[in-house]
Design a protein. Sequence first.
Length: 503
Amino acid sequence: MCGMPSAESTQSSVHEPDPVRPTKEDEVAAAGSELIGGPLGRRALLGTSRWTPVRVIALVAIGMFALGLVQKAPCFNGAWFFGASSQYTHACYSDIPHLYQGRGFADGLVPYFDRLPGDMQYLEYPVLTGVFMEVAAWLTPGSGTIQYQEQWYWMVNAGMLMVCASVIAVCVTRTHARRPWDGLLVALAPAFALTATINWDLLAVALTAAAMLMWSRGRPLAFGVLLGLATAAKLYPFLILGPLMVLCWRAGRWRAFGTALGGAIVAWVVVNGPVMLFAFEGWSKFYTFSQERGVDFGSFWLIMAQNSDDPLSTDTVNTLATLLMLVSCAAVAALALTAPRRPRLAQLAFLIVAAFILTNKVYSPQYVLWLVPLAALARPKWRDFLIWQACEVAYFLGIWLYLAYTTSGEAHKGLPTDGYHWSIGLHLLGTLYLCAMIVRDILMPDRDPVRRSGDDDPSGGVLDGAEDVFVLGPAARPSLHTTARFGEAQVQWGKRDATGGSL
């Protein structure tokens, strides 16, 4: 029999569903909207203004990015150049000005090809990030004092990274067509603004966000190319291919996955191939450095090392971290194949990247940028998002105060080791909390804010509304109907008939 339109049949509906209003379904969003006049009324005229969600969110993202630049002002005006600890006490540290001279850009050295003076023989960043850094160096004046050049280099990079931030906000806003205002989670994320110009991570994050948008539009080749480019800028984006493979396995969409994988490999090889071929030692520095690097800031491995009389060796930590990551991958795969309803791509993408962050031997404060767009797509709930962001801001302050403590000599101005360990713990607990909420949404789809609105997987592309062909566990024997109630709302899903209706 025909019933209420299902989440799976939403895409085949004749009438386009209304956009979801966050102030109507999210208590925190409704309370926050009081600052600008309160929730949208039912008599409001929609679609009659030039201020579309995309434009509003892009402007908000630029505004927050600008506030992040202002927060770096004490360092720009001197703390980067004078005094060992002042850049930490002001919490405005950035790698960008320091590496202008430290990695040979001030001297016109070619990344990966020219050997650097000092301990770091070659640039320790992936190739596309190296290209980004080199382009910024070309746009930096070569005259004046080194301080003047480093200030210019930071400003040029900040301008380029602002473009990346805008791309991220727009892509997240457009990925879930019925939920454009979820992009505000990215635009207003405090940790996003604070960490945006510490390093060059926003390049990879922007390419990953664009890739997710392409997949949601059913364009696997474009997704693969963009994800391959993102992996050429930072290693973490390739992890998303794992959850995608498992979801395509469950839905029988192997052709789409093969196209995406092929596009990613080709794009990565096109960027890396020439450097790998003609400057292999310089190209491989990123990978050897990552392997040889010891336990460092932000990880639970550091807490263990600093509280042990006989800390683990780097090789042992590498092995254990790899094993933990493999176990996490297996757990995510099992969750994807046994969940009562196929998980959304953004949910699994967040879980796998979060697992990499949690098990890694280092956590730099800007790594939170990797998760912010995925969190907005995976769990668009303001309360949970802000709890996680509060933990990340606490860690952002904790690491700089700890470095201030360790670099201020006998004065010991800042946060001692025990206090820093507590800030690491907050970061770990905040990330685990958001992971737990997402896992709960997967196991209990009626709790998922996105599916509660009647969608299946709006970022899933060919997976959205697709039937399962391979499922394990109890999910392989579903009842004809699974229904969840939310007050007066009802969400129903099941198999689709030939007309697209619910059976």
